[in-house]
Unconditional design. Structure first.
Length: 481
């Protein structure tokens, strides 16, 4: 039987001249291009070999076929017709894209055009084929291996037509590839960077480290990656570990929001977010041992027994988790995937170099009477921003709650949505404006973590110069440089 009727091997797009030419065309014409990406919608998914978004014309989707001239000329057109109908997935991909776009762009016409990439067939060979093949494989939708960039662009433009108005290519991309998009606190949605997309797509094998600064979007990316993993494999289970219960609850809410916003349907409990003590208690329960209540303990029995928690474990904010628990994770995930997420410089497999906040942050170091200065800052901020944009980090939540109420009464403003956190529960929080209290006596690692959470401005309040403040200032200046 001809190899044509067997399942074709996937072409390597990295070596494809056609793909390189399409990348070049996209770069020159401000197109967005995606190769070998999966589109997810509810419980369905399809891999689209190539997709291009053109703001002036619409969406181009491509299928790759490695059919050669020798295979096609020796195949019977009638049998080929059945195989072609069975093998082309244009309609399925188009329906999936349309379903995702309809919800977001109800009244806008976004055309979708379909093409075949034929890396092993040139124009002359196609013309030589039986005319019955021409009726099945239309020449105007085929990209041949000997086409120039000019010819490829002309074919794209011949099949399509210029729209009356430009479409917003980033909005289209974040709708189609919603697992490559993040939403900031203001509700704005933006595409992940190339390095973030690469991380989401990458299969974590063995034990790895992601080195990423605060503000790089690393925690949201763990959620997106977890969702992709369980959507690709319905039997898979992912556990994300956070240092505190409060941080877990925040992340669970973010997970729920992402699933609801994007209409993703996943198996219940396929993604769990746990604290270290909750992980250990699962193991202790299996061994019929009493659960721990507050203090984490890893005894010799736990380190000598196997325990399957999940196919993949992502341990976030590992710098704030006890080392004995890290060794315990390495033990129970000896033969499974384990990822540590850190802000420190270790030997890494993955890394995000850019903090999206650092370039825009403004830092204010103030020697002052902290409570008095905090009241002044909050009153000033409330003249130009919402209360929900303000985060106060302190060791004395009760006193700040009282002051917050007094501020609201004195200026007739609802301050209830101002966020207040202790340094121990800061993980997973952020705000446009952050006020750091007790700066000289706060735990330094938590203080440094809080320092980079602000989207716009940080106010560091302290009564006198101290080693903590000098270290923080030096760290900030070196990172800026």
């Amino acid at each position: 039987m001809s190899r044509f009727f067997n399942k074709p091997k996937t072409l390597s797009t990295l070596k494809s001249l056609l793909i390189k030419k399409l990348h070049s065309i996209s770069s020159k014409n401000n197109f967005l291009i995606y190769k070998n990406k999966t589109i997810f919608h509810k419980d369905k998914s399809f891999v689209v070999p190539l997709l291009i978004i053109d703001e002036n014309r619409g969406i181009y989707i491509f299928e790759k076929k490695d059919w050669s001239f020798d295979e096609l000329k020796n195949a019977k057109p009638q049998k080929f017709n059945k195989q072609l109908i069975h093998r082309l997935t244009f309609e399925k991909i188009q329906n999936l894209i349309t379903a995702k776009l309809e919800k977001q762009f109800k009244d806008k016409n976004i055309p979708i055009f379909k093409f075949l990439l034929m890396e092993n067939l040139n124009i002359g060979q196609y013309d030589y084929l039986d005319k019955l093949f021409h009726d099945l494989l239309f020449k105007n939708i085929i990209m041949f291996n000997d086409m120039t960039e000019k010819e490829i662009l002309e074919k794209l433009e011949t099949l399509s037509s210029i729209l009356n108005h430009k479409i917003e290519i980033n909005s289209i991309a974040t709708t189609i590839f919603s697992h490559y998009s993040m939403r900031d606190k203001s509700g704005e949605i933006y595409l992940c960077s190339d390095e973030q997309i690469e991380f989401i797509d990458e299969k974590i094998i063995g034990h790895s480290t992601l080195n990423a600064p605060i503000g790089s979007g690393r925690t949201t990316l763990l959620l997106l990656k977890s969702i992709v993993e369980v959507l690709k494999d319905r039997e898979s289970k992912v556990v994300i570990i956070k240092p505190t219960k409060v941080a877990c609850e925040r992340l669970e809410q973010n997970l729920f929001n992402i699933l609801e916003r994007n209409d993703y349907t996943i198996v219940p409990h396929s993604i769990e977010i746990l604290t270290p003590i909750e992980v250990v208690n699962r193991h202790r329960l299996k061994l019929h041992k009493k659960e721990l209540s507050k203090k984490l303990e890893i005894d010799n029995l736990l380190m000598s027994k196997k325990f399957h928690l999940a196919n993949q474990i992502f341990c976030d904010d590992v710098d704030f988790i006890e080392k004995e628990f890290i060794y315990y994770l390495i033990h129970i995930q000896k033969n499974s995937s384990l990822l540590f997420v850190t802000n420190n410089i270790y030997e890494t497999v993955y890394s995000f170099k850019k903090s999206f906040r650092l370039d825009n942050q403004k830092m204010n170091f103030s020697i002052c009477e902290p409570h008095k200065k905090m009241i002044e800052i909050v009153k000033t901020l409330l003249n130009s921003c919402d209360a929900k944009d303000i985060l106060i980090v302190t060791n004395n939540v009760i006193s700040v709650e009282i002051i917050k109420h007094q501020i609201g009464s004195s200026i007739n403003h609802n301050t209830g949505s101002i966020e207040i956190s202790t340094y121990n529960n800061i993980y997973g929080l952020n705000g446009k404006f952050i006020i750091l209290m007790n700066s000289c006596i706060a735990p330094y690692r938590a203080l440094a973590y809080s320092f980079y959470l602000a989207e716009k401005e940080v106010f560091i309040l302290y009564e006198k110069e101290c080693e903590q403040i000098n270290s923080l200032r030096n760290s900030y200046e070196s990172n800026k440089n």
